[in-house]
Design a binder for this molecule. Structure first.
Ligand code: HGY
Ligand code: MN
Ligand code: MN
Length: 398
């Protein structure tokens, strides 16, 4: 095992147990809950050990600084700690652990950056607690108003402002304006690298994608005394809509997922009065995505007429096509002799890409599985990711 691989494993083992569910082996690291707060504490310790002062942006994002935080022209790297329910170990934390190790690599090789270098930890990237993905980076850049974020509530009714302990600060142009570029290292969510010799790739783009809430309303009633012909059952309309989403996505070469549903009253012997399903839709082109969501909505409305139910559609978040800075991507791909890949996964880098030159590095995932306890990456590939990130940061801070 190489020295860097051993150092990766040592640091990785410090956070691996935090928020891990013994039953599933997946992670329950929801933003600003105890496991994620422990990880933020770990982040502070790592920064302190490296003499890196921390700046908080008032939105829940943390930035550890090597160099003068006020000097500007800084290079930012980092990612997020939070996970989807029972998510994998690598999605997010790999980018933060790798960032601290890359700082160590630079220092050990005697590199003193000519400009400041910051390691960031963005809050609520997955949107698993408050429903809006990339909440922290959207707040920082002003893509989401602080007033809207403040009142987002989790399943227990706790608002983002209450979880944060104060109203979010909102847009901080004077802070993100200090960054000249952002490089996020992330485990690959797909298997494009799995059958290649490349442990690391550079991102070219993020597909347009978003989340839409479908509310189906019908008439709650008794399961045993309501004739089938008399029912207005929203579960039927919901089920049909899920099948329609799958078919319409396949017809378009797009992706549609309904992975989250809530039912009222959610009783075995009661016809539901309301069913809510969340559609995650993604496509290579904006027009395809729009067409997909419209087609699914049309099918839902048509079916609702047959079922005597009502359906309403609400867009909860939308991310346009992100084309990463082509010059930067080509430069990093040449530096690392790495392939360039698009992705269907959203990232904070996708938000910052609208404001400063941004790049992503993907670390090989042997199975491609993500948002699952089965997500994996080998220590050797993770060490290769650290080495690649260190080279990139040395290049960008010289
Ligand atoms: O959902 C996504 O694409 C990302 O993993 N948050
Ligand atoms: Mn994710
Ligand atoms: Mn992620």
């Amino acid at each position: 095992m190489s020295d860097l691989t051993a150092r990766f494993r040592k640091l990785w083992d410090e956070i691996a147990p935090i928020g891990r569910d013994a039953g599933s082996g997946g992670y329950l690291r929801y933003a600003l809950t105890e496991p994620e707060l422990l990880l933020r504490g770990w982040f502070r310790d790592q920064a302190e050990q490296r003499g890196m002062p921390i700046i908080e942006d008032g939105n829940g994002n943390l930035f550890a600084w090597w160099g003068d935080p006020d000097a500007g022209d800084a290079v930012l790297t980092g990612s997020h700690f939070d996970s989807v329910p029972h998510g994998g170990a690598y999605d997010g934390p790999l980018g933060i652990v790798s960032a601290f190790l890359a700082v160590d690599e630079l220092r050990e090789s005697g590199v003193t950056p000519a400009r400041p270098l910051a390691v960031g930890a963005f809050v609520e990237e997955e949107g698993a607690r408050f429903g809006v993905p990339c909440l922290g980076s959207r707040l920082l850049t002003g893509a989401l108003p602080a007033e809207r974020a403040a009142v987002l509530r989790d399943a227990d009714g706790v608002s983002f402002a209450e979880a944060l302990g104060h109203a979010p600060a909102g847009a901080r142009p004077e802070l993100w304006g200090r960054f000249r570029s952002f490089v996020e290292l992330h485990v690959e969510q797909g298997r494009a690298l799995a059958d290649t010799v490349a442990p690391v790739a550079v991102a070219s783009a993020i597909w347009p994608h978003g989340r839409w809430r479908f509310d189906f309303r019908g008439e709650g009633n008794h399961a045993g005394t309501t004739r089938m012909a008399d029912r207005r059952d929203p579960m039927l309309t919901y089920a049909f809509t899920v099948l329609a989403a799958n078919k319409e996505a396949r017809l378009r070469g797009a992706y549609a997922t309904v992975g989250r549903v809530s039912v009222e009253p959610n009783a075995t012997n009661a016809i539901p009065s309301r069913v809510t399903g969340w559609l995650d839709a993604r496509a290579a082109e904006p027009e395809i995505l729009t067409g997909l969501v419209e087609a699914v909505h049309d099918k839902a409305v048509e079916r609702a007429r047959r079922d005597g139910t009502a359906v309403t559609l609400t867009e909860e978040s939308a991310t346009p096509l992100v084309a990463f800075d082509g010059g930067l991507a080509d430069r990093l791909a040449a530096l690392l002799d790495a392939p360039v890949l698009p992705t269907g996964a959203g990232h904070d880098a996708g938000v910052l890409a609208g404001h400063l030159p941004t790049a992503m590095l993907f670390v090989r995932n042997p199975t491609g599985v993500s948002h699952s306890p089965a997500e994996s990456a080998t220590d050797a590939d993770c060490a290769a990711g650290v080495a690649a990130l260190a080279r990139v940061l040395a290049e960008l801070t010289c």
